[in-house]
Ligand binder design. Structure first.
Ligand code: C2E
Ligand code: MG
Length: 289
């Protein structure tokens, strides 16, 4: 009752508090605070700027290599979106992807990412990397779109590249939610010939029964486990278990966030064949390769 003198104000402030709770990961409560008004304005401003950014082509893809740990050869690149903001410079996806998901802007942005990644794959395949694959992150909203499969097919066709040039990364929490529908979508993509990876594996709740039924090719071990391999026996045990699980299910494993030579050596010894991380290469614009 202290948060507004009339119905409109009370409702608006309640909505702001709810928005804040959602932003912090949902499943919690939050009281209104005057600072939320300012933050809301910031968010509205950011949303407008994001719409403009789409029209003005301010997004770029950076590419981070995935390496074969035995040969040191690059086998794939993960495409990671960046926003080249006219004043703020390069903005990290961590700072704008959540808002694009909330506002639906992820749909046009995601379409652009898909098209751009396919275009780059075609370019690299016709020059220095004839068998390269580019991995694209799909957010939950994109993955649940009815025309996702068509979108992927069109992006590949218009770039003139075969489906094996594309890998789609979906997070564990997304695939495990509504698993029956997920299986259908994954099957259609698999049948097309696209490679599928589960991102952040080990951080959410996985049903092993579903994992067995998902037609995926690759598990990406989350960076948080790799980071602690040397100091935390439990993290090391989880990495070893995921590598074993993947191999027994005849899946590939990619270790994310490899930063030190010790981590690399450990992973290699544990039977992990592919790695990605700052030690092996940071995300860079395509022109840097
Ligand atoms: P992700 O898919 O888990 O991508 C890996 C993130 O880890 C990237 O952050 C990458 O720069 C970072 N990383 C890679 N190696 C290392 C390392 O050795 N150490 C550390 N500390 N970090 C490392 P980035 O580029 O900021 O992307 C963050 C997240 O944003 C991605 O996490 C992904 O979930 C999302 N994202 C990026 N691009 C897209 C996109 O095009 N579409 C969607 N839907 N999400 C995207
Ligand atoms: Mg990823």
């Amino acid at each position: 009752p202290d948060d507004g003198d009339d119905l409109d104000t009370l409702l608006k402030h309640a909505a702001l508090a709810m928005y804040d709770a959602k932003r912090q990961g949902r499943n919690m409560f939050e009281f209104f605070h005057p600072a939320m008004n300012a933050r809301m304005l910031d968010l509205l401003l950011l949303e407008n700027q994001l719409r403009q950014a789409l029209r003005r082509d301010e997004f770029e893809l950076f590419y981070q290599p995935q390496m074969d740990l035995a040969t040191g050869r690059i086998v794939a690149f993960e495409a990671l979106v960046r926003w080249r903001h006219p004043e703020r410079g390069l903005v990290s996806p961590v700072d704008f992807i959540p808002l694009t998901e909330e506002t639906g802007l992820i749909l046009p942005l995601g379409r652009w990412v898909l098209q751009e990644a396919c275009r780059q794959a075609a370019l690299w395949r016709s020059s220095q990397w004839p068998a390269i694959r580019i991995a694209v992150n799909l957010s939950a909203v994109q993955f649940r779109q009815a025309d996702l499969v068509d979108q992927v097919r069109r992006a590949l066709a218009s770039a003139g590249v075969t489906p094996d040039a594309l890998e789609l990364e979906v997070t564990e929490s997304v695939v495990m939610q509504d698993a029956e529908a997920t299986i259908q979508t994954l099957q259609q993509l698999r049948m097309m010939g696209v490679t599928l990876a589960i991102d952040d594996f080990g951080t959410g709740y996985s049903s092993l029964a579903y994992l067995k039924r998902f037609p995926v090719n690759t598990l990406k071990v989350d960076r948080s486990f790799v980071q602690d391999i040397e100091d935390d026996p439990d993290a090391a045990a989880i990495c070893a278990a995921v590598i074993g699980l993947a191999h027994n299910l005849r899946l590939d494993v990619v270790a994310g966030g490899v930063e030190t030579a010790e981590q690399l050596a450990w992973l290699h010894a544990a039977g992990c064949r592919t790695g990605q991380g700052f030690l092996l290469g940071r995300p860079l614009p395509a022109t840097a390769y």
